[in-house]
Design a protein around this ligand. Sequence first.
Ligand SMILES: O=C(O)CCC(=O)C(=O)O
Ligand SMILES: [Fe+2]
Length: 227
Amino acid sequence: MGSQTKSKFPANADQARLRTLGKQVRERLVANPLVYPIPCEGAELFALGDFMTPAECAKMIELIDAVAEPSKVFDLSYESGYRTSYSGDVDPCDPFVKKISRRVDDLLGIDPLFGETIQGQRYMPGQEFQPHQDYFHVGTSYWDFEMGRGGQRSFTTMVFLNEVEAGGTTDFTDLGLSLEPKPGVLLIWNNADPAGVPNQRTIHAGRPVQAGSKYIITKWYRTRKWL
Ligand SMILES: O=C(O)CCC(=O)C(=O)O
Ligand SMILES: [Fe+2]
């Protein structure tokens, strides 16, 4: 790391914001009788069934098929095999996309301006997203750019849109959790710990689909206005 150029943002940038946002969203979700806190030590995860109707899931799948291209990860190419799904941003101006996006904003109670645009993903047999954390890592090529456009990522929200014939679980490898895709279910987790420090234990993977396909949407929240 000796050749690393000095970054404008320290590793703990946004810690106070992550702590405050974590507390605010945690209290709101815990108070919501429809939200199920997933029992686990080491990270905060929540689930909510029937977040999208079957018709909404079907419509979203069509939108994903229209925009999906080989996925990128910030520092790695598609060819690296690290993230082999197809993905793309669904049109944030589409009234239907706006409606779903607002539904997530309202549930979490985060300033809508902190939310990134919804990304759709499609995995076909053999495709996967290897273990990673969603927060930004200091020392990477994208660190200053991403930290400068919205700050650190706080919460991840993800909706499973279809029944996967086999495989395609979302595994939190360090927490011993393997979550089966169930259509309409929203999964939420805090990428930071209660102190506001990015939580390494949120490491997770989209396991290879073995049969059928897997469609999801993901929306990440920052700690500041996302630009
Ligand atoms: O496909 C999954 O289950 C996980 C997706 C994921 O981790 C992501 O999009 O950041
Ligand atoms: Fe992820």
